[in-house]
Design a binder for this molecule. Sequence first.
Ligand code: 26Q
Length: 824
Amino acid sequence: MTDTSSVPELKKLIYNQLRLGLVRDPETATLRDWWISTSKAARTIIIERLIATQREHYRKNVKRVYYFSLEFLMGRLFSNSLHNVGIFSQIQQAIGEMGLSLDSLREEEYDMALGNGGLGRLAACFMDSLATMDFPAIGYGIYYQYGLFKQEFHNGYQAELPDDWMHLFGSPWEIKRPEYATEVQLYGRVENVFDEYGNCVQKWVNTKKVLGIPHDIPVPGFGTKTVNYLRLWASHADKSFDFEAFNRGEYDKAILEKNCSEILTKVLYPNDKTERGRELRFIQQYFFVSCSLQDILRRFLKNNDNWEHLPEKAAIQLNDTHPAIAIVELMRIFLDLYAMPWEQAWSIVTRVFAYTNHTLLPEGLEKWSVATFSAILPRHLQVIYEINSKLLEQVEKKWPHNTSKRCALSLIEEGREKMVRMAHLCVVGSHSVNGVAALHTQLLKQHLFSEFHALYPSKINNKTNGITPRRWLLACNPRLSVLITSKIGDSWIRNLSRLRALEDYIEDPEFQQDFMAAKLANKTFLASLIQQECGITVDPSALFDVQIKRLHEYKRQHLNLLHILALYRRLLQNPNLDIVSRVFVFAAKATPGYDMAKCIIKAINSVGSVINRDSRISGKLKVAFLPNYRVSLAQRIVPAADLSEQISTAGKEASGTGNMKMALNGALTIGTLDGANVEICEEVGEENIFLFGLKINEVAALLRKGYCPEEFYHADEELRAVIDWLGSGYFTPCDPPGTLNPLLESLIHQDPFLVLADFRSYSDCQQRVDATFRDKSLWARMAIFNTARVGKFSSDRAVGEYAREIWQLDPVPVLGAELNRCIP
Ligand code: 26Q
């Protein structure tokens, strides 16, 4: 048997892909051609293992978890696949012998940006961990033609461009599977008809039909033969689409209708409150849920014949409420297509589903109008009313004659327009409801779902988020990975807690030096990217102060900005002031409809361009806002961060995962006691993190008493000065007067996220950061402590907890997947 992973064999595979697959002459092949051929060569190995894995799962009739998510932020797959399959160094050598470099090939790949932010990236990290830990798993989502928009800055303002990620070339990783095409119904009406036993049953008729075509992306585990996959659905016109129009000779009308079907999965919706009314998003949700459930039931019926066994074979995790309609759809299938009694159907459904909540913000809670349901999914609305009436019976039993409890718990929000509360649907229809950090879960129990918690005391549980160490250390930070492995071996890659062994080296000056040398090299690399992308020259030895995340007021990028202004002003007023040089690195996209977020971007860019050009401060401060934040950009910034900004208003960030990524790469955190920061603090110890700001109870107390930002504005001379300065037009000389007014107005008069209240505490804390950074050895020790102590935040740990405590899922090792004999 040939060893397909030997260098000569890999070279052969790559050449074959280039010549036979792409029909290209090696003499004239472009970098893109080489990237595609190399990816496809790796893919052949992955596919053999995929087939072996699926065969094993089928043969053993295993239980699987199905992760339902509207978003999978996979980023680039090239390096990750090579690492996970165990051929990274061989491919590196093969490519090198062919006169090319892996780094340049890597740059050819588009990010698979099928998500907005944390929730989508979490789904991607979980897929990596599930495969690595040999859990049978399939991710279900949408094959958007356009991912999250591409961001450019025009005069400091965000401009949005389409992200045509597949471009003309498609993705070398995807496998289109028309043989599993699935039909989905929409619109129509419900008729009462009598079945053969004289029972009145409901029939959904006169519907429009759309087809879902699966596109599979293989997900190889690290150091295992398991290859799971992501199944993404693209909409397609049904074969029968408007045949009549064709027959009437209305060819153009028929084609237009075809386009309507195919528009369904064209674009990912950005996370936006104003988007809620968009009917297309609602249809997207139902479309992918319906396809996925049919796929799951088809798979179940191949090996089983008793629905009672479904919960032993399938666990479905709902990534937020976005796929919540799945609960109703499975009920509808059981009731209407299999004539199952309600109680039995409900018992099965609630044992299959589990729900993860990712937000406490009221505007983050999804609601759809009863009118939308009635037009698009009329039968589902009936089922929802039925679920609700049974829920309200339970409420009546627990709290007799209590209207306020009924209103608080009902699936229907009464008002001018009746709305269906999707989170309530998820809570009643699932056996598990989890938050994503300890604090977040506690707040779910105490506030958002307090009544449900009283009704179902054991349902709500915590699963603190995690990140995959394969992408967020091994692949993104090769220098640090090599150093760590040289000291403690490579078992940390699959068992991140092993990083604790680094504590033995904390006092070792040579290790401190090597650790910080890796950091400096990463900063030098980022500095060249900043030069290239922003035209700003930065000094790699400065403190790299990094805030990278979606732009949102609650995340408080503007608090960071006020601190930058304060430092700048202090320097201007005292040119000899001794402060540590800093490079402030930002990267963030603002949702297109979110004007305040866009105004904050403009403000940061405007202040940055003045500061960066001011020779009076001799380069002590630089501000770089890197455009088009995405996974591949994060992979370059994370390893280069000295300071990780996690400064949300306490109680607003469910968890955060960027905090984990930067701490793992040896950055120190400056943060509030919010989300997973609380647990990071527990792990690294208070002496290794910079905490500031109001705590949750203090935020609540301040709001209760009536928060008045003007008071803080008037009481703090420096704060007032920087706010007035920002509003003066000084930083926006070429823009109309009042350009930044919305931001100023909001800060001084509303300040919903308590920026002014936390400013002084933040600024003082930044002075402690400054003092610490001067002590190189102290900083190095603290940085190493961070890397050594954050093993808990591996997505392997998180997924292990989900499997044990929610899914009751066992690992299934795939042995002897050496099917390479099929390859010539
Ligand atoms: C809703 C309706 C219509 C269109 C879009 C949406 C939508 C899309 C995405 C609403 C929310 C999201 C994304 C939310 C999100 O990313 N939440 C983050 O999840 C992370 C993983 O758990 C946490 O770490 C973050 O704290 C949380 O903000």
